[in-house]
Every structure is written in structure tokens, then in C-alpha cells.
Design a protein around this ligand. Structure first.
Ligand SMILES: [Fe+2]
Length: 241
């Protein structure tokens, strides 16, 4: 699926996306090893993963790689508010279409409730993001980057099960955590059906130990989510979902 795009609008390619990602952050190779730049390596792995999935789906590989590179680009400006910061940065850089991945990558199927670590804080921020997500038509590229964000670390690829368990242990359980987990696994199944293979078949770098542990870690995650069920809605009071 291609977006509507005016002829004068630039389409981001992978080389430009990588240049944008590294600009002002990675000047020498040693900058890539700095702990504050771990997110850059994560973006590189998301880009690689997005390209492989797009290839399997017969989509535009270069475009998927580009979106992977820039999805967390807002971390140049602000870690806590990297989604909106990245969106604005991409628009200012002349790529309004690709700016979408900065805002859509954390929300499965572009639904603001299907996100890890609790829904966005602050009513204004919530409204801004929710309005964007609701007025943006979901594309396969959004889904690909959303999936990749949930198994790509700064050190490489892992299982979705291990990644979600780790996020839950670090960030805790929120009212939307069970929903996010089930929507993530739904997306994984949907992509696997479209690809005709397991997601992990595309990533032989994932260790056998990780694959062997996936079922057990999924069960552990389900138990943590059940045991810590909460009705606390955070800043979004009275919203049922
Ligand atoms: Fe990310």
C-alpha cells in the first residue's frame, strides 16, 4: 500500500534516513558505543528487521528500512517526549509523511490504548497523540515498525515474549497492559499469516535459548499481568477499554 503523496514531496530513502538518524549524534564510531546513544543502535536493528519483514510481504523494503531508522529519532531532542519531538523534527526536516512513524510506532494498530508502559501522561499530550492516531489511516508499514519495536534491542533481536516480559518487569503493570500484550500477539500472528512463516524464521540471530524460553516467558508474563490487574486509569479517568 502506498500513501498519497504530492509530487513535490520528498520520499525518504534509507540512506537519507540513516544520515538523519546519525546527524549531530554519531560523529565518530566511538559515539555509537556511548550508553546515551544506545537508542541509535536500537533504531538500526528496527530498520534491519523492518526491511526483512517488508521483503517477505512484498512491500517497499527501502521505505520500511527508512521508517525503522527514524521511528525513535525524537530521542535526539527528548527521551520522555520522543514521539512528539520526533514527529516535529521529521516535519521540519521535510518529511511529513515519514514523521508518522515517530507517533505511530508505540501504538499497536495506531490505537493509543495498545501501548507498553501505560497510556501517555497528561491530558494535552494524550489528546494530541490520540487525535493524530485516530485521523491517520493505518498502513502495513506502521504495523511493521510497531512489531519490530517489540523485539529489537540495542544489541540485536530477541523474542517478543522476552521483550514484553522485560518491559513489564521494568515499567510495571498498567490498566492497559493485558490489552497491549494480547494486541501485540495478535499483530504477530497476523503478520505471520501474511508472511506464511514464523516471525522468528526471519531472524536466525535470535538464540535457541531465547526461542526455547518463549512459551515459559509468555506464561510468566500472563501470570504477572493477571496478578497485578489494576483498574487505575491514570490521567484518563472514566475511560473504559
Ligand atoms: Fe523504538
Amino acid at each position: 500500500m502506498e500513501f498519497e503523496r504530492s509530487d513535490i514531496m520528498k520520499k525518504l530513502n534509507a540512506k537519507e534516513a540513516l544520515d538523519l538518524l546519525l546527524k549531530d549524534v554519531i560523529v565518530t564510531r566511538s559515539d555509537l558505543e556511548k550508553s546515551e546513544n544506545r537508542w541509535v543502535k536500537h533504531c538500526i536493528y528496527v530498520a534491519i528487521a523492518a526491511g526483512r519483514i517488508a521483503d517477505k510481504l512484498g512491500l517497499d523494503v527501502d521505505y520500511a528500512i527508512s521508517l525503522g531508522y527514524v521511528h525513535d529519532i525524537g530521542r535526539k531532542i527528548s527521551h520522555p517526549n520522543h514521539t512528539i519531538a520526533g514527529y516535529k523534527y521529521m516535519i521540519e526536516s521535510g518529511y511529513p509523511d515519514e514523521a508518522r512513524s515517530c507517533l505511530t510506532h508505540s501504538f499497536i494498530d495506531n490505537n493509543i490504548y495498545y501501548t507498553a508502559g501505560g497510556i501517555p501522561h497528561g491530558q494535552d499530550r494524550f489528546d494530541y497523540m490520540n487525535n493524530f492516531l485516530q485521523s491517520t489511516t493505518l498502513t502495513p508499514y506502521d504495523n511493521i515498525v510497531q512489531m519490530c519495536d517489540l523485539f529489537c534491542l540495542e544489541t540485536g533481536f530477541t523474542t517478543v515474549e522476552r521483550r514484553l516480559l522485560d518491559i513489564t518487569r521494568r515499567k510495571g503493570v498498567y490498566s492497559n497492559s493485558e490489552m497491549h500484550f494480547s494486541k501485540t500477539m495478535e499483530l504477530k500472528k497476523r503478520l505471520e499469516k501474511q508472511m506464511g512463516c514464523s516471525l522468528y524464521d526471519l531472524f536466525p540471530e535470535i538464540t535457541q535459548e531465547s526461542l526455547d524460553m518463549a512459551d515459559m516467558e509468555r506464561e510468566e508474563l500472563i501470570n504477572i499481568l493477571k496478578e497485578n490487574r489494576t483498574e487505575e486509569k491514570g490521567p484518563i479517568l472514566g475511560k473504559k477499554y
